[in-house]
Design a protein around this ligand. Structure first.
Ligand code: ADP
Ligand code: MG
Length: 316
């Protein structure tokens, strides 16, 4: 989440629009007129209608309902699926876009607060071999019954595209926050790097930050246990799932942040890094040239040396 300074955001030059897409609140702030921001928001709707498994007729919906046949897809969808395949391979399967049936069973987005039966989880884990998804020129084919879910990657791609749209229209100062996927355009209104706050897990959304990352023309993506999930008998069941077990990852991590030039890559990586844990997750980030920070439940922080991170008091 960005640490935006209210007074400055309220100046005439910097405008903000918010809209709900991708099951989260999205904010776009930029030094431009409101009409341009409205155009940018409209693009979120277009991308959602392409990449969401919940929107009938979207590319992903068509693939999921094609019973194993080829589906013609847009270049956007093919790009996201290709990067998903690359990160799936590089992470040894920790990142897996074929968990749609499992995600539907856990149903975090619909407010479910019960742990599914172990039989249900085993059943939902069948048909989740994402290496069987074929991507050809302009088409995609997935095994019949497989349910693709781009919840771990689509917001990053969309944030990149909308930021590019604003840059092409002459915007040189802006910040997009799509539910924890932040993209900064240029420097802030004072000509200094943006300071992007990292949400304190369990703290007040948009107000409590455990650290801040300084950056310009970069993305700061965070995946955490606090966004979607529920607690049962002291165990946090959250929306990042271990493809090997079908259960939410329980490795003591509270959040993982990736910082780099590309939000599509950083989004897929944070999800994968969360599943892999600190050691293998850091290796993965380094292979993709991405800076990172892990925060665990004891308040300990593991970070790459190149990350411009300022840790708030009381952290190690
Ligand atoms: P957020 O949606 O809060 O930005 P993530 O980018 O980590 O968080 O994405 C989590 C979402 O990705 C889940 O809600 C689910 O849709 C999907 N998902 C869960 N586990 C995995 C996984 N191991 N690999 C890929 N996608 C996953
Ligand atoms: Mg992600």
């Amino acid at each position: 989440m960005p640490r935006l300074e209210g007074a400055r955001m309220a100046t005439e030059r910097m405008k903000t629009v918010t809209a709900e897409y991708f099951d989260t609140v999205n904010a776009i702030s930029a030094c431009c007129n409101e009409a341009l921001l409205e155009e940018a928001v409209a693009q979120c709707a277009d991308y959602d209608a392409l990449l969401s498994r919940f929107v009938p007729g979207s590319d992903v919906w068509e693939i999921n309902h094609a019973l194993g046949k080829r589906v013609h897809v847009s270049q956007h969808t093919a790009t996201v699926l290709s990067l998903a395949r690359q990160v799936a391979e590089a992470s040894g399967g920790a990142f897996n876009i074929a968990l749609g049936t499992l995600a539907a069973l856990w149903a975090f987005t619909s407010g479910r607060t019960r742990v599914p039966s172990s039989e249900g989880i085993s059943t939902a884990l069948a048909n989740t071999d994402c290496t069987l998804i074929e991507i050809g020129p302009g088409w995609v084919k997935a095994p019949s019954g497989m349910q693709i879910d781009l919840g771990g990657i689509a917001k990053g791609y969309i944030a990149d595209r909308v930021a590019d749209f604003l840059r092409e229209r002459g915007v040189s100062c802006g910040l997009l926050n799509f539910g924890g996927n932040v993209v900064t355009i240029g420097k802030n209104i004072d000509g200094a790097p943006w300071s992007v706050g990292l949400q304190t897990p369990g703290g007040a959304a948009g107000r409590d930050f455990w650290a801040a990352v300084e950056c310009s023309d970069a993305t700061v993506v965070t995946s955490g246990v606090y966004e979607r999930g529920f607690d049962v008998q002291g165990v946090r069941y959250h929306h990042i799932l271990d493809p090997r077990t079908g259960y939410p990852v329980q490795n003591g991590l509270l959040s993982v942040t990736a910082v780099g030039p590309d939000s599509l890559v950083a989004d897929a990586l944070t999800t994968a890094m969360f599943v892999l844990g600190i050691e293998k997750g850091s290796e993965l980030a380094s292979r993709f040239g991405v800076e990172f920070a892990f925060l665990d439940r004891d308040g300990c922080v593991w970070r790459s040396p190149g990350l411009a991170l300022t840790i708030c008091s009381g952290r190690r």
